[in-house]
Design a protein around this ligand. Sequence first.
Ligand SMILES: *Cc1c(COP(=O)(O)O)cnc(C)c1O
Length: 401
Amino acid sequence: MAHDAPSLPALQAQTRLLHAGKSPAYAGGAAVNPPLVRASTVLFESTAQQREMRDRRGGERIFSYGARGTPTGFALEDAVSELEGAYRTRLLPTGLAAIAMVMLSYLRPGDHVLLTDSAYQPVRHMARQFFEPYGIAYSFFAADGSDAEAGMRPQTRMLYAECPGSLVYEMCDLPALAAMAHGRGALVVADNTWGSGCQYRPLALGADVSVMAATKYLAGHSDVMMGTVATTEAAWAPLAARCDALGMAVSPDDAWLVLRGMRSLAARLDMHEQHGLEIARWLQRHPAVATVFHPALPGHPGHALWRRDCRGSNGLVSLELAPGTPQAGVDRFIDSLRLFGIGASWGGYESLVTQAFMDQARSVTDWSARGPVVRLHIGLESPRDLIADLEQGLATLDLPD
Ligand SMILES: *Cc1c(COP(=O)(O)O)cnc(C)c1O
């Protein structure tokens, strides 16, 4: 039976209810944005067509079942592939799930993976929770990549980078690391959430796989979770096969929201970048601030690489308070801010603040002698208002604890 309304006479009301409203009830043109297509079952014209689609879906992107993706998700995949300069893209329910899927797709028991010390912190938890029991060995390399070659083992199958790094934005020389890793038969994966495809493009710099938490700048409004994995043509097959085998799919509603967010991505990033830089420079002049971490500042250790490899920056700025600042002082500073929400994640339109516990977030670099680090996400508010808020917040550090 074809899926358009059957021409049988005198259908029962119960049946008519199921067949009503299946074709658009309007005349005219098409909407600007792709339609939101929600589906589990996909209907075919005939058994022959169903068989043909099943045969083709291994290699081609075919709308054959909700878990294999929907037209709305496919539209987002194409937009991300465009942004990342990728062959193709898969969507996962969160950024962390996207990282996990990369590990599941390319690593097997007995392999070793070399992880950057600057990785998004839950990747360390993933390594303990998942790599250890599954017989995958791992170790960390310094965030600037200086000891990566020494860390390679005969079993190293993957070098996992994040550039700029989480929390303090260390830079590594990705093209050099990729050449080194490829020479030893290892795949190169990069977490590109910071660059969001606009400011940094790992696939053009030699990575095989680029992961993004679309939860952050792509979505841009703090209201949806999504991860993306974009690959070169050569790296594509294991990812696609594993995602299909394990039933990985995202909600088309979420895909639609992310695609909508992406339309203003470049414009928002420009503004986050301008505001972030203005505040970074102001913080540098404040006596309560020991260090400002921002790769576009000339004093940042990765500044030269940032200039070479990045097109710009974003709204992330971290600051180190004076070593010895008591926790009560850090709490008072953060709690006193009125325009900065206290919360994890970032990439929405609004400003956020959270403490970064660097001694837990790094194992190669020793942070024990340094002051407390606070991460700001600078949103689209007026920087003048944000500076006034930070000014009164930093003034609370002078109060006795
Ligand atoms: C937030 C983040 C992730 C994880 O994304 P979720 O969607 O929150 O799971 C991964 N990598 C980096 C660098 C992130 O900042």
